[in-house]
Design a protein around this ligand. Structure first.
Ligand code: KG4
Ligand code: ZN
Length: 371
C-alpha cells in the first residue's frame, strides 16, 4: 500500500511516500531562513512559503520514491494541531489531488505522528531505531507541545500531563532570542552549551513539587530573564532593566549589547538547557515510579538534543527503565511520521468519507483515537 503524506503544520513544508510502514521518500523544505528575522515563526510567511514550496516538495518525494501520482493508493494529511493558516495549504493541496486522482483520504493528528515516528522502517524493512515495547510512556518535546502520553497500544493514548504554558522547544527559542543567538534556538543553545558549565547559574525547576505530571516552561523562561538581569547588574552595566523583554521587536539585545563573555554565554546556555532537561526528568521519573512504567520514549524536535538524550539514558537506566528515541531526521517535523499514522488508520479502514469534510483543526487534542 503506497501512501503520499503531507504536513504543513508549522514552518517546514513536508512530503513523504511510504509503502506500508516503510519510508520510500522523506522530503522537508525548510523555511527557517525566512522566519529568522522575526525570531520565531511568522504565520503569514509560513503560509506563503508552504504555497510556494509544496508542489516541488511533493514532486521530489515522488521522484525519490520512483513512483507516479497514479501509483499512490491513499493520501495522509495533517489536520492539526498547528498553525491554522499553514495547515490550510496542505489541506487545499490534498483536496486538489483527491479530485484529480480519487485517493482515499487519511486525516492525521500531528502529535500522533510524532509518537509513531518511533516505528518507521527503512527500505530493508528494519526499524530506523529500536522502538519501545508497548505499553510505554512517550514524552513529546517539540516547539508546540510538551506532553507525557501513555501509549497503551497503537492508536490508544492517554495524556497524563504536560506543560501548563510554553512548550520546551518554545522556551529554547525564547531564551535564544533573548541572547540574540538566532532561530530556531534549540540547536544553537545545544551547540554553545557544549563548552559551558551546566551548574554555573542556578535556575529553578518549576512545578517540580506539584503532585501531578505537569510542567511549566514559561516560569523557567522568566527565571532565565531575571538571572540575566542580575548578571548584567553585577557587571554594573548601565541598562534600563525594564526595557529587557522577549519581544521580537525589542532591539535592546543587539549583539553589541551582549556583555557576556563567550564563556559566560556558554555557561548560561548550558545552565538553561540543564534546567529544561531536569524539569522534564523530575516528572518523568515520578511518572515511571508511580505508574510502574518499564519503557520510555522521547519524540519531537527537542528530542534531538544530545545532552538531553544522555541525561535521560543515564537516569532511566538507573531506575531500570528502557529508553527509545526516533532517528534524528524524524525528531523534527516530517511527513513520514504522518504517513505511518495514515497506514495504521488504513489498516483499520478509518478513511475520511468525503474529502470536503477535510478541515484544519489548529487546537486538536490527542485523544483515544479510533476515528
Ligand atoms: O517537532 P518540531 O520540529 O516542531 C513542532 O512540532 O513544534 O520542534 C521544533 C522545536 C523548536 O522549538 C526547536 O528549537 C527545537 O524543536 N529543537 C531543539 C533542538 N532541535 C530542535 N531543541 C533543543 N535542542 C535541539 N537540538
Ligand atoms: Zn511537530
Amino acid at each position: 500500500m503506497k501512501i503520499l503524506a503531507i504536513d504543513t503544520s508549522c514552518d517546514e513544508t513536508c512530503a513523504a511516500v511510504l509503502d506500508k510502514d516503510t519510508v520510500l521518500a522523506n522530503k522537508v523544505t525548510t523555511q527557517i531562513s525566512f522566519h529568522k528575522k522575526w525570531g520565531g515563526v511568522k504565520p503569514s510567511v509560513a503560509r506563503e512559503k508552504h504555497k510556494e514550496f509544496i508542489d516541488d516538495c511533493i514532486h521530489k518525494a515522488l521522484v525519490s520514491a520512483q513512483l507516479k501520482f497514479e501509483q499512490i493508493d491513499a493520501i495522509a494529511i495533517t489536520v492539526g494541531p498547528g498553525l491554522a493558516v499553514a495547515l490550510e495549504i496542505g489541506i487545499l493541496k490534498t483536496k486538489e489531488l483527491v479530485k484529480l486522482f480519487n485517493y482515499n483520504v487519511l486525516d492525521v493528528n500531528h502529535i500522533e505522528g510524532h509518537i509513531l515516528s518511533l516505528f518507521l522502517k527503512n527500505r530493508k524493512n528494519k526499524y530506523f531505531t529500536i522502538p519501545p515495547e508497548l505499553p510505554f510512556l512517550c514524552v513529546i518535546i517539540s516547539g508546540g507541545h510538551t506532553q507525557f502520553v501513555l501509549v497503551k497500544n497503537f492508536r490508544e493514548y492517554e495524556v497524563i500531563g504536560g506543560t501548563v504554558d510554553d512548550a520546551a522547544g518554545e522556551a529554547f527559542d525564547k531564551v535564544a532570542r533573548l541572547l540574540k543567538l538566532g532561530y530556531p534556538g534549540g540547536p544553537i543553545v545545544e551547540e554553545i552549551s557544549r563548552n559551558g558549565d551546566p551548574n554555573k547559574y542556578i535556575l529553578p525547576r518549576p512545578m517540580s513539587r506539584t503532585n501531578d505530571f505537569n510542567l511549566s516552561f514559561s516560569g523557567l523562561k522568566t527565571a532565565a530573564l531575571v538571572k540575566l538581569r542580575e548578571i548584567y547588574a553585577s557587571k554594573n552595566h548601565e541598562i534600563d532593566k525594564d526595557s529587557i523583554s522577549f519581544s521580537p521587536h525589542s532591539n535592546y539585545y543587539s549583539t553589541e549589547n551582549i556583555i557576556l563573555s563567550r564563556q559566560e554565554l556558554s555557561d548560561f546556555a548550558a545552565s538553561f538547557q540543564n534546567a529544561v532537561i531536569d524539569t522534564i526528568l523530575i516528572k518523568l521519573k515520578k511518572a515511571a515510579k508511580e505508574l510502574g512504567i518499564k519503557h520510555v520514549a522521547i519524540t519531537g524536535g527537542v528530542a534531538s538534543n544530545q545532552a538531553l538524550r544522555r541525561a535521560f539514558r543515564k537516569e532511566l537506566k538507573s531506575i531500570g527503565v528502557a529508553f527509545s528515541y526516533p532517528h534524528l531526521k524524524f525528531c523534527t517535523d516530517n511527513a513520514a511520521m504522518i504517513g505511518l499514522v495514515g497506514y495504521y488508520k488504513a489498516k483499520e479502514g478509518i478513511y475520511l468519507d468525503d474529502v470536503e469534510l477535510l478541515d484544519r483543526r489548529p487546537v486538536m487534542e490527542l485523544s483515544i483515537t479510533n476515528t
